[in-house]
Ligand binder design. Structure first.
Ligand code: GLC
Ligand code: MG
Length: 761
């Protein structure tokens, strides 16, 4: 018999007979349970029918029609980007399926369409809205605390459809963080597109004189930067839109590796943005009413009312230049507004400044700034500008990309734009305009003037822009390059790239067996082998989990010592931590959930005065588990200890095991609670799970899961469970007892899922 010693105060950690001692040197990691399972499953073989790509874009208002661009700071270019990418990907024969995940919003202040769970966009592409955090619409800066819950909701979605994507692609820091977590948990390669970066914003705000503390308070900038670092660490491919981004922006990050980055400019929707004439937009009459002479060439600016976009700079340019004022009208499309007085402070200030400038320079009759427009109007506005032989101006102080420039170019509008990252690339590729210093109003004015008065230049730029956009900035070509990079770097397993780790089978499991380690799974190596043979023989997918009182490192070491495959799920520290194979990524959602009312210092202070109770070594303590040895002969009874804690207003779970161990853990934690949590997240019905244990710290897990096995060599403190239904007391000990229980419950006899999940893999 290989039970652990139960003599109080002389605990021998590895009293059990183990078949193998672990050499100190690093050896090959053992085969994972997953690998064993993959040998007889088709989990990883569906790539022949094309890839399943999961994209994540979490904030803002995301839908595939009538985009509310410019409605707020979170609903802008990125939304267009991800929706267009979704559409373009789903047109490809080598794509099986593409889902765009975003947060589901239920809020009277926004349209009902953002509450729809699944919005089918094309035959292969959908927007999937996931519930997490509060239901109402929230700005991205306050979503941070909810992202881990979002990760679990997405996992649960995969589990439900019983498919794991081949690639996960995160957009922006928030979704980049979530994608990185999912990539680690599921063992799938990740792509990251930052869109804009926290460090750049931080620098800009500092330069503007904003205080560090204030930046932190308003923008949670360090959370964002950390998330970006994490995403860069995990991503095998980083997609940037411009070289400025890779060379000067991503380059600021510790975890950025040039070799993993690729500049692939986004495309423009050429079915919307093109040169053929369209009927006059309804918005035209709205616009014309601003102007005294509505038939003059249009100088167009179109952007969110953002300080960085420098719209006031353009107004000053116009006001100071008599030629421009005489020759042209100014058209400013700066988002939509109802009542400026009720807007957020940044757009409010910008709009106020614009209106004050119009008044100060007396530009009435020359400047149009309509209150409303929708995304359908935008191409028409460009074409209207073309018919007037006008020009598009982007006076932004900085411009990482400048999607509007490409849209304007596609419609044949020549451009005058700020001399910065995105525009530089665009002008180089499209040869359709002039770069200017946005702070030099004279220079900007002169450039616009040239464009308006030199008809040959105007025509040349107009044609060249439309033609080159087709070549350089179509979504088709974007997706083509992107998939080529993905194939080369991520799915072919080439050496130079991060080889994808083994894919997790968690979302596709039919059954799950979770065993306690010491004295349950361990103790009899022959029986242990029989146990794994039994699992391996099954034609459907049986997951293997471990739930131990040990902390992570010690549990892993013990598994290795017994030559046990890395489990699909590892619960450690008496249910205070959950790790997922194949990468043993911890579930942070669980950690943040159990934190509730946990006061370890206070408990330590109370317990240190109790007789017969001695603290276990440091290595056994974790942030969420305080562990002691207890001598029941000298110490107060467990009930009494609970009462002492209660008297101190302390809330904790007190766990007594093997007649000698005493653990304090957060009230919300336990092996059973951890299993309930993960079963819910992975959509695993409790009836598909079997647990096995032997001692006090298994008690609640044995009571929680309807199919529970107590091995023959169990300890005294759980004898009382004998009377409860659903708990089987095996004759045999250790792993042999587990096998006996599996047979007793007929767990592996009839696959539960054959009919219900026929569309799975
Ligand atoms: C494991 C842990 C120990 C804990 C005991 C009971 O042996 O290593 O710290 O007290 O389980 O849960
Ligand atoms: Mg045990």
């Amino acid at each position: 018999m290989a039970a652990r010693s139960i003599t109080p105060f002389e605990p021998t950690r590895h009293s059990g007979f183990a078949p193998k001692t672990v050499p100190e040197s690093k050896s090959e990691p053992p085969n994972t349970a997953v690998e064993i399972l993959e040998e007889r499953s088709d989990v990883s073989n569906h790539r022949e029918n094309g890839l399943y790509i999961a994209m994540l874009s979490i904030h803002g208002l995301v839908r595939s029609f009538d985009l509310e661009l410019g409605r707020d700071a979170d609903t802008g270019g990125q939304v267009t980007y991800v929706v267009e990418l979704l559409k373009a990907l789903s047109k490809r024969p080598d794509i099986r399926k593409v889902d765009l995940f975003t947060r589901r919003i239920i809020d009277r202040k926004v349209d009902d369409s953002y509450a729809v769970n699944c919005e089918k966009v094309t035959d292969k592409g959908s927007i999937i809205r996931i519930d997490f955090g509060p239901r109402r619409y929230l700005r991205k800066e306050v979503l941070w605390p909810h992202l881990d819950d979002g990760v679990n909701s997405i996992l649960s979605y995969f589990r439900n459809i019983r498919q794991i994507p081949d690639i996960i692609h995160g957009h922006y820091a928030d979704a980049g963080y979530m994608a990185a977590r999912l990539s680690a948990i599921l063992g799938i390669p990740m792509v990251f597109t930052g869109h804009s970066l926290g460090k750049v914003k931080y620098e800009r705000l500092l330069n503007k004189g904003m205080k560090k503390e204030r930046i932190e308070e308003v923008f949670r900038i360090s959370r964002r930067i950390n998330a970006e670092e994490y995403a860069l660490k995990k991503a095998g491919l980083v997609v940037a839109s411009t070289y400025q981004e890779t060379n000067y922006q991503y380059a600021e990050y510790k975890n950025y590796k040039k070799s993993r980055a690729c500049v692939i400019p986004p495309g423009v929707d050429l079915t919307r943005f093109h040169t053929s004439v369209s009927p006059r937009p309804a918005i035209l009459s709205d616009i014309r009413k601003f102007w005294k002479e509505p038939d003059k060439p249009i100088i167009l600016a179109l952007s969110r009312p953002d300080t960085r976009k420098n719209i006031p700079g353009l107004i000053k340019t116009f006001a100071d230049n008599d030629v421009l004022k005489k020759k042209a009208n100014l058209l400013i499309i700066a988002g939509n507004r109802e009542d400026i007085r009720k807007m957020d402070s940044e757009p409010r200030k910008v709009l106020e400044e614009i209106l004050i400038l119009i008044d100060a320079y007396d530009l009435y009759g020359r400047v149009a700034i309509p209150k409303h427009h929708n995304s359908e109007d935008v191409p028409k506005i460009y074409r209207m500008t073309v018919s007037s032989r006008g020009v598009f101006v982007n006076p932004a102080l900085t411009e990482p990309f400048g999607l509007t420039l490409i849209e304007a170019a596609a419609c044949g509008v020549p451009i005058v734009t700020t001399n910065d990252g995105g525009p530089r690339d665009i002008i180089r590729h499209c040869k359709n305009g002039i770069l200017v210093d946005p702070l030099d109003t004279e220079e900007m004015g002169y450039a616009i003037e040239t464009m308006l008065s030199d008809q040959r230049t105007w025509s040349k730029y107009s044609r060249s822009g439309a033609r080159n956009v087709q070549k350089q900035y179509s979504w088709e070509s974007h997706v083509e390059t992107c998939l080529r990079q993905i194939r080369r770097r991520l799915t072919s397993g080439k050496k130079t790239v991060r080889k994808p780790v083994r894919r997790s089978v968690l979302p596709t499991l039919d059954r799950l067996i979770i065993c306690d380690l010491d004295n349950t799974l361990l103790g009899d190596s022959a029986a242990l082998e029989n146990f794994f043979t039994l699992i391996r023989e099954q034609t459907f997918k049986v997951g293997f989990g471990v739930a131990s009182g040990r902390q992570f490192k010690s549990a892993m070491k013990e598994l290795k010592r017994w030559d046990i495959p890395v489990p699909d799920i590892l619960i450690t520290g008496v249910g205070t931590e959950i790790f997922y194979g194949t990468t043993m990524t911890s579930d942070r959602g669980w950690t943040s959930r159990i934190r509730h009312r946990w006061e370890p210092d206070h408990i330590r202070n109370v317990v240190k005065n109790l007789p017969g109770i001695n603290i276990q070594p440091k290595t056994e303590q974790t942030p969420y588990k305080l562990s002691y040895y207890i001598d029941p002969a000298k110490a107060p009874g467990i009930r009494q200890i609970r009462r002492i804690l209660a008297d101190q207003q302390l809330v904790a779970r007190v766990v007594f095991s093997l007649g000698m161990y005493l653990d304090f853990i957060p009230i919300r934690a336990s092996k059973g609670a951890a299993i309930r949590f993960l079963a819910k997240n992975w959509h695993l019905p409790m009836s598909h799970i079997l647990v096995a244990g032997d001692s006090g710290n298994d008690r609640d897990m044995l009571q929680t899961v309807p199919q529970a096995v107590v091995v023959g060599n169990h300890s005294k403190e759980i004898k009382s469970l004998k009377r409860q239904t659903g708990i089987y007391f095996a004759e045999a000990s250790h792993a042999a007892g587990i096998i006996e229980g599996i047979k007793y419950f007929d767990l592996l006899a009839h696959p539960f899922n054959n009919s219900t999940h026929s569309e799975g893999e």
